[in-house]
Every structure is written in C-alpha cells, then in structure tokens.
Design a protein around this ligand. Structure first.
Ligand code: 5RP
Length: 223
C-alpha cells in the first residue's frame, strides 16, 4: 500500500466511525470510497446502504452489506464519498471515476455528506483539476461546442459510458473565479446531465496527511 493509499484508508476508517446501527448509508465511488465500504463492512453494523455506482454496489454486496435500489429511496442518513480536489470551504471537484451524477443525487438526498481524501486532494483553487461533465450521447457535438466557451480544452473519454449510459468529457483550463456562475451555466445547458462541481453538498471532510487525519466541518475551523 502506498503512503497515499494508506492515508485514503485512514480517512475512510475515521469517517465510518460516524455510522451507527439503523442508518441508511450512501456509498461513494472510487478507491477512497472502496476503503470506506470495506471499513464499514468490517464494523458489522445493522445498516442498509445505497450505492453511487454498479462497482460500489458489487463491492458492498461482496463484503456482506445490504444494498438497496436507490430508485426506491428518498432520504439517506449519511453519504461517504471521495473527491478529486477540495478547498478550505469544502467545495469540491468529483467525477474522475465518472460517477458524479449519481454521487450528487445521493449527496442531495443525504442528511449529511462526508467526504474522505488523502492530503493530495487539498486545493487552494479548484480550477487546477479537470472538471468532468456528463453528456447525453444525442447532444454530444452540440454540448462539446458550447463547452469550448467555458474550458480551454475539452477531452472526451474514449469509449467510455457512465452507469447511466452517457458520455463524459473532461474540461481542462477553467476559470474558478465564478463557481456559482459556472454551475448555473452547466446546469442550464440542454444535454448536460451532470457535472463534478460540488459547491454546497459537502458537510464534513476527513483528510489524512502522512498518517494524521483532520476533520473539517463546513463553516468551522479544523479540530
Ligand atoms: C468518482 C469520484 C471519486 O470519488 C473521485 O474521483 C475520487 O476517487 P479516488 O478516491 O479513487 O481518488 O468522484 O466519480
């Protein structure tokens, strides 16, 4: 296990201590979320889960966790997920793993959204990482042409389809000076079905740096 992976695991183990019996837990996607799923399964709590991807559902079920179909769920107690970049205000970019649409739906349904990360994910500014955008295949060319006004470079993931059957492009070189305006622009562009900017969804972050886990709360100082 690399130091970075060890930190992901530490952050995950710390976060799952917040889970209690009888909770419905949202499971994120990616390598850090996989550590959380394993740590949660190891606690053998009386819980139910929903998953933000087929991969996470398969992992959770293989470890003995009960996974409900989210289509029948309107509220989740706590969601636990990874991030690609997170700033001090707990605004984040997600979606390197392509699951950002389901991740945002589950985060929105969650009473509390916890993210977990190793320290490399801390960012002073979010614009330094690619911003994933999920696009209806029918609208591919029209949306990519419009996104060219928002990003210096738009790169389609070759041969990739999300669990929703859509394509994903990564927007590189974007202006992070007006995040709300960017979210509004993306959200109102017909054919865009999701994107990886999470500005208001995250309540708590567990970030591990070289074996030390810091808990950050929205609007609060680290403790
Ligand atoms: C998937 C995500 C992941 O949470 C994000 O990409 C972080 O992944 P990892 O934990 O593997 O670094 O948003 O859509």
């Amino acid at each position: 296990m690399t130091d970075r992976d060890a930190d992901k695991r530490l952050a995950a183990i710390a976060a799952v201590q917040e889970i209690r019996d009888d909770m419905l837990v949202g499971l994120g996607t990616g390598s850090t979320a996989a550590h959380a799923i394993a740590a949660l399964a190891a606690r053998r709590l009386r819980i139910e889960t929903v998953a933000t991807s087929q991969a996470s559902a398969a992992l959770a079920e293989s470890l003995g966790l009960k996974v409900l179909d989210f289509a029948g769920v309107s509220r989740v107690d706590i969601g636990i997920d990874g991030v690609d970049a997170i700033d001090a205000r707990l605004r984040a970019v997600k979606g390197a793993g392509g699951a950002m649409l389901r991740e945002k739906v589950v985060a929105d349904a969650a009473d509390r959204m916890i993210v977990i990360a190793d320290g490399s994910k801390r960012a002073e500014r979010l614009g330094g990482v690619a911003l994933p955008v999920e696009i209806l295949p029918f609208a591919r060319s029209a949306v990519i042409a419009r996104l060219a006004h928002l990003f210096e470079r738009v790169v389609e993931r070759p041969g990739y389809r999300t669990d929703n059957g859509n394509i994903v492009v990564d927007g590189h070189g974007w202006d992070d000076g007006g995040l709300e305006a960017l979210v509004a622009g993306l959200s109102t562009l017909p054919g865009v079905v999701g994107h990886g900017l999470f500005l208001h969804e995250i309540d708590t972050a567990y970030i591990a740096d070289n074996g030390v886990v810091t808990r950050l709360e929205r609007g609060a100082k680290p403790r």
